[in-house]
Design a protein. Structure first.
Length: 276
């Protein structure tokens, strides 16, 4: 049996992120062979992953960040099983490393991000390794990017909710973008403007409006009109530019932006909340 030094254990821990005892045990099983020990730890991760595949991973972190020139924004969601793990600094650091990789490589979609190389392995395999180290199911469940003339990222305290917004023009005051990003985070709009609202959402709201009118005993000939009225109210409450500004409910988001610049508007946004 090869003698396992503390330096070897530390080296393996630095390479894999596994715990001290897991590293020592892996080195002993590998009879001191470093590469074999790495493989043992990775196999352990796959074993744990297969055992926990049916577990719910509803906790985690939502992270967002912009490029240095503020023209691109990126968001990821890394899930785990418990809030205890979500608050763990190693887990958060791992999530941040994935976000930084997305920022650098700008992958097209979630699958492309999972296939990118993170240090000496892919993101997907690195997640499996982390499952073995942490002992919980971990899943990279969401990735999205946004491009605009100026992009702002907002992460709500606790890392459970984040948003990205893109403006059509650059503004000097960074608080403007932050205000809009906070608005998106707090008010959860379905679209920037009425005409950008997905058809399935409109159809659903019309049906809800009709059902409510019928339950209230309204005549069938005015049910459609009532539903349309309710839909217009929905647009005011759920489309970003028409929402009341959370910092000043006497004006809409559109009015707030036009006070800064008549042509200033929002081109798009991304929002994710673990509580939704």
């Amino acid at each position: 049996m090869a003698e396992i030094s503390t330096a070897d254990v530390v080296k393996l821990r630095k390479s894999t992120g596994a715990g001290i005892m897991d590293c020592r045990n892996a080195l002993q099983e590998a009879d001191g062979d470093f590469e074999k020990a790495v493989e043992i730890i990775r196999k352990k991760g796959k074993l744990v992953a297969s055992k926990r595949a049916d577990r719910e991973a509803n906790e985690g972190v939502v992270l967002a960040k912009t490029s240095d020139d503020l023209t691109r924004g990126f968001m990821i969601v890394l899930n785990c099983e418990t809030d205890f793990v979500a608050k763990n600094s190693d887990f958060q650091h791992f999530a941040e490393s994935i976000l930084e990789l997305a920022l650098e490589k700008q992958p097209e979609d979630l699958e492309c991000l999972k296939n990118l190389h993170l240090e000496n392995t892919t993101v997907a395999d690195a997640i499996v390794e982390q499952i073995g180290i942490i002992g919980e199911k971990i899943d990279l469940s969401f990735y999205q990017k946004i491009s605009a003339t100026q992009v702002t990222a907002y992460i709500h305290p606790g890392n459970k909710l984040a948003s990205l917004i893109g403006l059509n023009k650059s503004v000097i005051d960074p608080q403007v973008g932050k205000n809009i990003a906070m608005q998106v985070a707090a008010m959860d709009p379905v679209a920037v403007e009425q005409d950008q609202t997905p058809k399935h959402i409109i159809d659903k709201e019309i049906e809800i409006g009709k059902d409510q009118a019928r339950q209230e005993g309204k005549p069938e000939e005015i049910v459609e009109k009532i539903a349309t009225g309710k839909l217009n109210k929905f647009f005011k409450e759920k489309t970003l530019l028409n929402q009341q500004f959370i910092k000043d409910n006497k004006k809409t988001i559109r009015q707030y932006l036009q006070e800064i610049d008549k042509e200033l508007t929002v081109k798009g946004f991304v929002r994710y909340s673990l509580s939704d």
